[in-house]
Design a protein around this ligand. Structure first.
Ligand code: PGA
Length: 254
């Protein structure tokens, strides 16, 4: 499957922003603004907003979470399980975001357990991987991506790969206004797709949607998504403002 046959996915990651009221105002304004878009629009929102937003947007925007625990249930104060996400209408979950890795000490092994739990609960994982600035400077980008992919996807069944999305997010580009060049992003995406082929076969590699994340803006989305192995974007800061986010969703309509 080539890029033409993979859907374009524009995903917003609201991180720890917005109340229910603010979230509802946002989606009610967004829906008419993006009615002509062919892209699939995802919004990863705080836990507290999942149900009100999922109930409001029905199936026009895919609402999901930004994290979950790896256990099915148990004495884990403050944690949320995959089935609970599904219960409130979350259809996907971001796993392994660099902020979770860096600020909350999440390891590839822990992320791997979450990926498998999300898949068995029927919640689509968006697995995030990416190198730090130092790793890139030391020429270790491919090594880091290969390790993250291999460890985060260990013992995931080959048939389950088509139910996942991958997001390449170089850590140095997140929230920094230093977007990767289309060539840098394409090179990393092509490499990730190659590793997926090695792990799960050509069909899995060719079918995998790989999003780019890190300082995506209306001004740079078009040239990024033009690259053959880029299937969409994961947008942090620029997803919080409805005008800006709608421009990103409608990037190919000008
Ligand atoms: P950014 O964040 O778009 O603000 O750089 C991306 C992300 O954290 O997914």
């Amino acid at each position: 499957m080539d890029q033409e046959h993979r859907p374009v996915i524009i995903a917003g990651n609201w991180k720890m922003y917005k109340t229910i009221k603010e979230g509802l105002v946002f989606v009610k304004e967004l829906l008419p603004m993006i009615k002509d878009s062919n892209s699939e629009v995802y919004l990863a929102v705080p836990y507290t907003l999942i149900k009100p937003l999922a109930d409001t947007v029905k199936r026009k925007i895919v609402i999901g979470a930004q994290n979950m625990n790896d256990a099915t249930e148990g004495a884990f104060t403050g944690e949320v399980a995959a089935m609970m996400l599904k219960d409130v209408g979350a259809r996907f979950v971001i796993l392994g975001h660099s902020e979770r890795r860096r600020l909350f000490g999440e390891t590839n092994e822990f992320i791997n357990r979450k990926v498998k739990r999300a898949l068995s609960a029927g919640v689509q994982p968006i697995l995030c991987i990416g190198e730090t600035e130092q790793e890139r400077d030391e020429g270790k980008t491919q090594e880091v991506l290969r390790t993250q992919l291999t460890e985060c996807l260990a013992s995931v069944r080959k048939t389950q790969f088509k139910r996942m999305i991958l997001a390449y997010e170089p850590v140095w580009a997140i929230g920094t206004d230093r977007v990767a060049t289309p060539q840098e992003a394409q090179e990393a995406h092509r490499f990730c797709r190659q590793v997926i082929r090695e792990l799960a076969g050509d069909e899995a590699g060719d079918g995998m949607s790989i999003l780019y994340g890190g300082s995506v803006k209306p001004e740079n989305v078009h040239e990024l998504v033009n690259e053959p192995d880029l299937d969409g974007v994961l947008v942090g800061g620029a997803s919080l403002n409805v005008e800006t986010f709608s421009k990103i969703v409608n990037f190919n309509q000008v």
